[in-house]
Each structure stands twice: as C-alpha cells, then as structure tokens.
Design a protein around this ligand. Structure first.
Ligand code: DIR
Ligand code: MN
Ligand code: MN
Ligand code: MN
Length: 305
C-alpha cells in the first residue's frame, strides 16, 4: 500500500496548547520506518498549513473559530487529493482536524460513487455543533459537521455528508447532554465502554465491517488518544478514566487490517508536552502499525461482506 503521511498540527480545536507538536512526535518515534518495515511505500507530504483566514478575537464564545475554518478547507483539499495517491494518514493535531479530513475523503468517495463510512474511536462523541457546545472547543464538533448538522456558519459547505447510519463509535464514556439528546435521535451506531465490557470488540466491530463491505464502502478511521485508558496513554488534554486497554485497541486495529476496508486514518489529540518520554506517541505508532498489517502470527481471517 502507499501510505501518505500528512502533518496536520491543528491546535485550534481547544484551549490547551500542545497538539501542534504531534506530527513531529510521530516522526520522531519512527512512524515511517514502522510502515516501510511492513512492506508499505511511504510518502510524507510534510505539513499542511491553514488557509488564509481573518484573525480570531481573544474572548469569543467559540475558541479560534476562524483558524479552525482555515484548517478545515486546507485539510479537506489535502485529503481529497491524497486519496488519489494512496491511504492518507493524518498526523494530528487535535480532533478539529477531522472537520477537514472527513469531508475531503467523503468528497473523493462520492466521485468514486462509493459510500463513505467512519469508525470513530474516542471517549467522546464529538457530535456538538458550534451552537450546542458549552466549552466553545471546536474539537467537539467534527461528527456533527460531517454528518451534515446545521449551525456551522462560516465553515465550508459539506457537499457530501456522511449518512448517520454509516458512522460507528467505540469507547464512549464522556457525552455532554446536548450531544446525548441529538445522538438519541440519530442513526449513529454507538458502543460505550459498558458495551465493550459486556460484548467485547469482535462481534460489534465485525458487524459494522460487514456492513461497510456489503456496500463496497470506503472506511475512514479516526483514532483519538483518549479512546485509550489514561494509564496507558497519558498524553492527551482530555483524559477520561475507564478507557480501552492496549489489547482492545490492537484488536480493533488488527481486525481493520484483516478486513482490508480502511481507506484513510486520523491519529488525533496527542499532546507530546503531556507525554512520558514518548510513551503515548509510541503506542499510537504501534496501533497504526497493527492497522497496517503488523502481527505476531498469521491466522486464518474471517471474510467480510
Ligand atoms: C467535550 C470534549 N465534549 C467538549 N470533547 C473532546 O468540549 O465538547 N473530544 N475532548 O475528544
Ligand atoms: Mn475526539
Ligand atoms: Mn476525545
Ligand atoms: Mn515499538
């Protein structure tokens, strides 16, 4: 496979700075080598910069709105064109980067006449709109945006919204009240941590992957560091206890590779400033490697349809 690395040091999606160092951390830990060792070709496109935008006011309700809009259009374009070359891997940057990456890959899927699917691995649902967010942090809004919710004034129009029933979330354990209410009226598939406790990963994930395969879909995977338990992944500004274990996360990634369905990937919310000697960066790179074929032993794999 041709893996296209795209540095996306988005740091405008929330108030605590540091995610801008994410792409450098992934490169330092050796993401490129991990992928070439698996037999992939790797093209590093370097670092994206936000499109020109007016300055942000200091004390507005929404934090760094204009800068986030600038990132959204630049990353949409980067995503759409990288899809022509291979499998884009967005090196975040906070989760606001998915405002752009997902609408970009969805535009590409529409050109191919294929439906876009999204697997959202996160403690949070990120289903706010700029109108419903309490925190004013736009990293809490990408799912609302790419599914076509209203209220994103000033943002690029979403030409190809991802249908709600094509979105599947795992790892949920921190959902704000307006998000919960909106989700309950939606067709988004959601697996909270209790669901993982009770049913594990394999069954629910295989069901979603079958659904993607049956429709010849393209699958974007968005991995937020806080999907993982803070005891194994401390380098994120919004830790929530009770997250996925290292093994649960690797199982998801290995199943993704087995399925052959993943067509693009975001690695988001890593704040290297909060890390313990690169430990979280290293885990994220190891998970990315699992999603691209690293394994202990070969085994017969289930086919998806
Ligand atoms: C929270 C946090 N729901 C907010 N969201 C985060 O600010 O809207 N998402 N951290 O990953
Ligand atoms: Mn998130
Ligand atoms: Mn999160
Ligand atoms: Mn390693």
């Amino acid at each position: 496979q041709n893996c296209i690395l795209i540095g996306a040091p988005v740091d405008s999606g929330k108030r605590r700075a540091g995610c801008l160092m994410g792409p450098d951390a992934y490169r330092t830990v050796g993401l490129s080598k991990a992928l070439t060792d698996l037999g992939h070709q790797v093209t590093d496109l370097g670092t994206v910069t936000p499109a020109a935008h007016p300055p942000d006011e200091a004390n507005s309700r929404l934090f760094s709105l204009n800068q986030t809009i600038g990132w959204t259009s630049a990353l949409r374009d980067a995503a759409e064109s990288a899809m022509e070359q291979g499998l884009p891997i967005f090196l975040g940057g906070d989760h606001a980067l998915s405002l752009g990456s997902v609408i970009g890959v969805a535009n590409y899927a529409a050109r191919q006449n294929r439906p876009q699917f999204v697997l959202w691995l996160d403690a949070h649902t990120d289903f706010h709109t700029p109108q419903t967010t309490d925190s004013g942090n736009l990293h809490g809004t990408p799912v609302g945006y790419f599914t076509g919710r209203e209220g994103f004034d000033g943002f690029p129009a979403v030409k190809n919204p991802v249908p709600e029933e094509n979105v599947c979330m795992f790892g949920l354990r921190s959902v704000d009240t307006p998000e919960r209410q909106a989700l309950e009226g939606s067709r988004i598939r959601r697996h909270d941590m209790r669901d993982i406790d009770e049913n594990g990963i394999t069954g629910p994930l295989a069901a979603f992957l079958d659904h993607v395969a049956a429709q010849n879909g393209m699958l974007h995977v968005s991995l937020d560091v806080d999907f993982l338990d803070p005891s194994v992944a401390p380098a994120v500004g919004t830790t929530v206890p009770g997250g996925a274990t290292v093994r649960e996360a690797h199982l998801i990634c290995e199943m993704l590779h087995d399925s052959g369905l993943m067509t693009s990937l975001d690695l988001v919310e890593l704040n290297p400033f909060l890390d313990e000697r690169g430990r979280t960066a290293h885990l994220m790179v190891d998970l990315c490697a699992s999603a691209l074929g690293r394994r202990v032993f070969d085994r017969p794999t289930r086919s998806y349809q």
